[in-house]
Design a protein around this ligand. Structure first.
Ligand code: 13P
Length: 336
């Protein structure tokens, strides 16, 4: 299937009352893992690349890998999304390259670190929306500031410093016209989100319900949604790693979010953990091996297992055949 506009995918997810996992990629094996998981579970999927990923893999390599995926998995609707665009230029270059969706993260200034003013966020997001919608491309914005740092992007902190204010969220959506809105509810990027199983004190699921009540037609996005499963951490540590204990976002909490309007769920760390554990295992158990395929194959399989589990949990499994892809031209007409 050709690359699908994310807006269409999230509208469909709303109809079916499920969430769509958005998985980060940097290389071929990660794209293959996601596509195999999508095929096995018959899921639509969002594949996303951060600025760091685009730099690491080179735009053309990444884009052509995605075109290969579209060709090889014609039954799978997939959106190609820019994760955490730090500026209008990052997003416009993604759109010109062929991404069908972009996130403009105006919650931070262009340095990707300093929390910005509401006025700055509205201005840069609106500019991006105008450019994107004129080309049929979907836009995700962010209000409030997520915790942690991902690929050098992020304010750091616990994620509780600048939670989403529901009133401001309404004003932001009205002023910018974003298709999807990332909310800050206490989650953060990375493997160290919470020091114990999170409760409402640190993971403000009630905020999602509150924002959804006021913005029932805006698709909500949960970032920092890795669950950081203990078993994945243990495999890494068993084979020489040194990860400290920590908690992620339990899958049952994400499912509560989906019941309250969350349609896009960002997962990166869990896949990184799965890959690293599988590679470490081969290195320790078979130190004589040196063919990269000997460790990349199990790494790819380990990531696929995580992605499949999330696709099943988020409810997107079984929905790949629900719709035909809209073209960007059709989306352009829709936005007009
Ligand atoms: P995790 O670090 O929890 O996987 O979050 C990824 C993310 O939100 C990407 O934007």
């Amino acid at each position: 299937m050709p690359l699908v506009p994310m807006r269409q995918m999230l509208d469909e997810a709303k109809k079916g009352q499920y969430g769509v996992g958005a998985f980060n990629v940097n290389n071929m094996e990660q794209i293959q893992a996601i596509m195999e998981a999508a095929r096995a579970t018959k899921s639509p999927v969002i594949v996303q690349a951060s600025r760091g990923a685009r730099k690491y893999s080179n735009d053309q390599f990444l884009y052509h890998l995605m075109l290969a995926a579209a060709e090889l998995y014609p039954e799978i609707p997939m959106a190609l999304h820019q994760d955490h665009g730090n500026s209008f230029e990052t997003c416009s270059s993604a759109i010109e390259l062929g991404f069908t969706s972009v996130m403009i993260d105006g919650s931070l200034e262009e340095d990707g670190k300093t929390p910005s003013s509401f006025e700055y966020n509205v201005a840069v997001t609106k500019k991006t929306v105008e450019f994107a919608h004129a080309r049929g491309v979907s836009v995700e914005g962010e209000i409030g500031t997520l915790g942690g740092i991902e690929d050098g992007h992020g304010a750091g902190g616990t994620g509780l410093e600048n939670l989403t204010d529901p009133d401001q969220a309404v004003e932001f959506v009205e002023k910018t016209g974003v298709d999807a809105l990332a909310v800050a509810i206490g989650t953060s990027h990375g493997a160290y989100k919470f020091s114990k199983k999170p409760t409402e004190e640190v993971l403000k699921m009630s905020l999602i319900a509150e924002v959804h009540k006021r913005l029932p037609t805006t698709h909500l996005v949960m970032h920092g949604s890795s669950s950081v499963p203990q078993e994945l951490r243990e495999i890494i540590n068993q084979y020489g790693g040194a990860l400290k204990p920590a908690w992620g976002v339990p899958v049952e909490e994400i499912r509560k979010g989906i019941a309250h309007g969350v349609r896009k769920v960002n997962v990166d760390t869990d896949n990184r953990l799965a890959i690293t554990g599988a590679i470490r295992k081969v290195f320790v158990e078979s130190p004589e091996k040196f063919d990269p395929r000997d460790y990349l194959k199990p790494a790819r399989a380990a990531m696929q297992a995580v992605v499949e589990a999330r696709m099943n949990a988020f409810g997107q499994a079984g929905h790949a055949g629900d719709y035909e892809a809209k073209t960007l031209d059709e989306m352009k007409a829709y936005y007009k």
